[in-house]
Design a binder for this molecule. Structure first.
Ligand code: ATP
Ligand code: LTN
Length: 333
């Protein structure tokens, strides 16, 4: 690997990717591949914190890898791998569990939200989820972690755990920085614009799946909840629906909010919603075609997973060995 800064990020195969995942995370990963050593994982162990149907989880894991590539991540330039293929993640997570306090984990808002949503299955994995995420990142000595705004708190706890460990044992872990985009970091639900767009929402009208048909995309934007004014203007507090559509449009086209406001001056919401739908459908079309082609080539995807985990495994093994030594575990003879 070239001597460059290291980037790590991951997405759970817990449902079809949404436009939120794309604009909040993946779209920012594409330019980074030219300047950094990037490692992107499909974090299937994290997905187990919510009950999954085995056959679907298997299919979605492959599909997510195909989407990574279809969105523009080059498997030669980036390390792409499946988290469960590298046992170092689960191993380091256990160690870090012993350096993380219950009180810290109790403050995590994602845990509180997920516990409320899955009241019948508040398992210990859901509670220690951020520690596995810390292990993912710290194993690779990542400098930066590109994520959406909802992951800010998890990045904070990762930094706290790394610093705590380093204070006891010396400089073992790199303390990572979050990398959160200015526009598109929090795409909201199309039906309830106060809530974030989420792939596990029961109402499929609330999100755009990256694999939705163009006519479905246009229809969902047409139905998006907005206010009773007619002016396309950015104002998150008073016009959350329109502001959300504006941030989607801005993030896909690269236009500023002022440019969008003047583009739609004197036009109604109908025209604007159609334009957003159209530009999103056009952006996703080549991704969908490439995804379809890749899904028909199982051997190719398997080869990428195999190469990816070999490279990831080598890097993480160095950190894991150092950690075991520092804390006093006897090396395997
Ligand atoms: P789930 O609904 O299963 O909790 P999710 O849609 O929130 O999943 P994750 O796999 O948890 O997706 O997140 C993958 C990446 O996408 C993370 O970097 C996260 O910050 C980002 N992300 C998720 N939802 C949004 C959103 N609505 N807007 C912007 N970024 C998002
Ligand atoms: N927790 C993240 C997914 C995730 C992740 C990571 C992101 C797991 N491990 C490591 C960045 C780096 C989520 O819920 N979106």
């Amino acid at each position: 690997m070239k001597d460059r800064k290291i980037i790590f990020s991951g997405i759970q195969p817990s449902g079809d990717l949404t436009l939120g995942n794309y604009l909040g995370a993946i779209i920012n990963w594409i330019p980074l591949q030219e300047e950094y050593n990037c490692i992107y994982s499909i974090v299937d162990l994290h997905a187990l914190t919510v009950r999954q149907t085995p056959a679907e989880l298997r299919k979605r894991t492959r599909s997510l890898l195909a989407l990574y590539i279809a969105c523009g991540l080059d498997p030669e330039k980036n390390i792409l791998f499946v988290q469960s293929h590298n046992s170092a993640h689960a191993e380091l997570a256990w160690i870090l569990d012993c350096y993380t306090y219950m009180g810290e984990l109790n403050r995590m808002t994602q845990f509180k939200e997920k516990a409320q949503k899955h009241a019948e299955n508040i398992n210990a994995g859901l509670f220690t989820y951020p520690v596995l995420m810390a292990a993912d990142i710290l194993l690779y000595q990542a400098d930066m972690v590109p994520v959406g705004d909802d992951q800010r708190q998890h990045l904070e706890i990762t930094r706290d755990i790394a610093q705590r460990f380093n204070n006891i044992y010396g400089d073992v872990f790199k303390v990572p920085e979050p990398y959160i985009p200015k526009v598109g970091a929090r795409i909201m639900s199309l039906q309830e614009p106060e809530k974030k767009m989420s792939k596990s929402d029961e109402n499929s009208n609330s999100y755009i799946s990256l694999l939705d048909d163009p006519n479905v995309i246009i229809k969902k934007f047409k139905r998006a909840v907005t206010d009773s004014e007619v002016q396309v203007r950015y104002d998150v507090d008073n016009k959350p629906g329109i502001s959300n559509l504006m941030s989607i449009y801005a993030s896909v086209t690269g236009k500023s909010y002022e440019e969008i406001e003047s583009e739609f001056e004197g036009k109604g919401y109908g025209d604007f919603k159609l334009a957003v739908g159209q530009v999103v459908a056009d952006t996703l079309k080549p991704i969908q075609e490439k995804h379809k082609e890749l899904m028909e080539n199982k051997d190719y995807l398997d080869q990428i997973m195999k190469d990816g985990v070999e490279r990831a495994g080598r890097l993480s093994y160095r950190t894991l060995r150092k950690v075991y030594k520092k804390i006093g575990l006897v090396p395997r003879p």
